[in-house]
Design a protein around this ligand. Structure first.
Ligand code: M6R
Length: 362
């Protein structure tokens, strides 16, 4: 059932190109510059929309952080993301001009369901992005988009993160087109990026040996820091979460600009820094921060847009050119890195200690 793979996690990492093809299948109208997600909103709702508020936990929260930036850029609407367990409707907002979007792979996460119930109670319109047909969340929201990634068995979310972001990107295009905030030409360019994503992810997967080598070289480090800017931030946070949950090593993700505001005190020659240096992630500025860490002796590994080069990096992973979803392709390197560090250490990768696939308590 693991299809020849030693762990579900590695199988699911490798399933990403096909999972993404499923996510996108029949939904992209590239020529027309639009998407068909089969979702509908009351007339005028999107035009009058004041704010999109995403609620989610863990990896899904990071997918939400990626998506919020896309909603602002593509749909021209204020978008915020909250950790579901912290979410309150709050003051100064208009319920009937607010869309609360739950991002949840399982559709059963108690914290996320709690947030949706608070949003419903406040009178907001609610929406779910989930992998699971018939899940509880789908019964509690006004509309749903399925990510269609297929079942995910490993506790560590991998292919569902990519499919969540891809689905949310399509939703951002749909909302942007409906609101007149996104031109057909700009939509087309985003849809082309999305169309190129499965192939780009495959190219990253083909580089697995390079990642395995890097994992072997750095696996015994004291701690690992992940940095990025803009769309690179959620990917850095997700990279750190993946590594800590399956390897049990100390890993933290930061906005690269924050390194110098505190975390730099932790940086030593024994703390590699992994950086997202792609399009959409303000690579040159991020690299300046990476250099600050290198000056303190830290090794630096970077996921770099194909064709670009930062020759001071100790390890450089090539990320194919896929525009706005390039950081998502970079994330696949970080998934493989986490996997191989954990595998070298013989960890229980599919069932890390203390964790459950679906967290049904608040
Ligand atoms: O099912 P959900 O997406 O609501 O789960 C939320 C988190 O528990 C989940 O993303 C968790 O952080 C991942 N399994 C970590 O890899």
């Amino acid at each position: 059932e693991k299809g020849g793979y030693e762990h579900y996690m590695r199988k699911e990492i490798h399933e990403q190109p096909s999972a993404l093809r499923q996510t996108l299948a029949g939904r992209l109208d590239v020529d027309g510059g639009d998407v068909d997600l089969d979702v509908s909103f009351p007339p005028g709702f999107l035009a009058d929309l004041e704010e999109i508020r995403i609620v989610a936990c863990g990896t899904s929260y990071y997918a939400g952080r990626y998506a919020a930036q896309l909603f602002e850029e593509l749909a021209g609407v204020r978008a915020t993301v909250e950790i579901a367990s912290e979410y309150e409707f709050g003051a100064g907002r208009t319920p009937d001009r607010t869309l609360v979007v739950a991002v949840t792979q399982s559709g059963e996460t108690a914290d996320t369901l709690g947030a949706i119930r608070r949003a419903n109670a406040a009178g907001a319109r609610t929406f779910a992005v989930t992998n699971t047909l018939g899940s509880t969340v789908t019964r509690e929201v006004d509309g749903t988009a399925f990510i269609r990634a297929g079942p995910e068995i490993g506790v560590a979310a991998t292919k569902t993160f990519a499919s969540q972001v891809a689905t949310l990107a399509m939703l951002a295009v749909a909302v942007g087109r409906d609101r007149g905030a996104l031109s057909a030409a700009d939509a087309r360019s985003v849809l082309k990026d999305l169309q190129g994503l499965p192939g780009a992810v495959q190219q990253v997967l083909d580089e697995e040996n390079q990642v395995r080598e890097a994992a072997r070289e750095y696996q015994d480090s004291e701690a690992f820091f992940f940095v990025g800017r803009a769309l690179g931030v959620p990917v850095a946070l997700e990279g750190a979460l993946k590594l800590k949950e399956i390897s049990y090593d100390h890993a933290e993700g930061f906005a690269a600009g924050e390194l110098k505001h505190g975390p730099l005190a932790l940086v030593t020659p024994d703390t590699p820094v992994l950086a997202v240096l792609t399009e959409g992630a303000r690579a040159d500025e991020t690299m300046n921060n990476v250099t600050e860490a290198q000056t303190r002796g830290a090794p630096a590994l970077g996921c770099v847009s194909a064709g670009e080069e930062y020759d001071t990096l100790d390890v450089s992973f090539d990320v194919p050119d896929v525009g706005i979803v390039e950081p998502l392709a970079a994330n696949v390197y970080l998934q493989l890195f986490a996997y191989h560090v954990a595998n070298e250490k013989g960890r229980a990768i599919d069932k890390p200690r203390n964790l459950a696939k679906s967290v049904t308590v608040e």
